[in-house]
Design a protein around this ligand. Structure first.
Ligand code: HEC
Length: 226
């Protein structure tokens, strides 16, 4: 009887000891304070309205067939519901978006998952993209460290606005390629604005997914401070 009770107790101990240890280690932290307007950058209503119009307008793309919202749509959590996005030339929206067929078949998919954009207007976000290639940097004349380096224009007022300069120069995302349209043609040459060719030299903005793009990754990361 005593033996049975001892066995029962030691079995019980097996269960109770870890629980007791966990309970001792558990610390309850208070929840962070709810965000308020002061956590966000100041944006005038006029700018916000203009930004919203542009965000949904295909006019920003070289072939007028894709908007920012195609890849960052509110119906899909400000993303596109795809593992790898289908950029310019694609047909449809969200998970049903298709790469086309025949002559219009898209060969290069966007090489990265399209992230959600919630809350990026909050001041705590100062670095954007998976590799941080657009960031606030007080040492740069423009106030931002970007793949366009010293060619990045001055007067851009926050890091989200700085980021928005890049999708439009990417062949796979918004510009189109070759001589399809003037934006694509300009983006593909070193022409008028040298920064365009540099935009091309980053993985996301790659006109080519082959060896040239791989070289470009080295180029881009070389210029990024740790
Ligand atoms: C073809 C799809 C596509 C289009 C069109 C597109 N994006 Fe994106 N967007 C992406 C992908 C993919 C990434 C992630 C790239 C990375 O991290 O390297 C991204 C990243 C971003 C980010 C950074 C998010 C973060 O947390 O770092 C912002 C902001 C953004 N896009 C806004 C825009 C705006 C504004 C436009 C229009 C001017 C636009 N996007 C057009 C696919 C797209």
């Amino acid at each position: 009887m005593v033996q049975a009770a001892r066995t029962a107790l030691s079995i019980l101990a097996l269960f109770t000891v870890p629980f007791a240890a966990n309970a001792a280690e558990t610390t309850v932290y208070p929840l962070p304070a709810p965000v308020s307007d002061s956590d966000y950058r100041d944006v005038s209503e006029a700018r916000a309205r203009l930004g919203r119009l542009l965000f949904y307008d295909k006019v920003l793309s070289g072939n007028k067939n894709i908007a920012c919202a195609t890849c960052h749509h509110p119906d899909h959590g400000t993303s596109d519901g795809l593992s790898l996005g289908i950029g310019e030339g694609g047909v449809g929206l969200g998970p049903k978006r298709q790469v086309g067929t025949g002559d219009t078949l898209i060969e290069d998919r966007v090489p990265r998952n399209s992230p959600a954009l919630f809350n990026l207007g909050a001041m705590e976000f100062t670095v954007l993209f998976h590799d941080g290639r657009v960031s606030v940097d007080a040492y740069e004349a423009s106030g931002f460290d970007t793949p366009a380096e010293e060619d990045f224009p001055q007067g851009i007022f926050n890091v989200v606005a700085a980021q928005a300069m890049f999708p439009v120069t990417s062949a796979t995302e918004m510009a189109g390629s070759g001589e399809e349209n003037p934006i694509a043609a300009e983006a593909e040459t070193d022409g008028v604005d040298g920064s365009r060719s540099r935009h091309r030299n980053v993985p996301k903005c790659g006109f080519h997914q082959g060896p040239r793009a791989r070289g470009a990754i080295r180029h881009a990361s070389y210029h990024h401070r740790p």
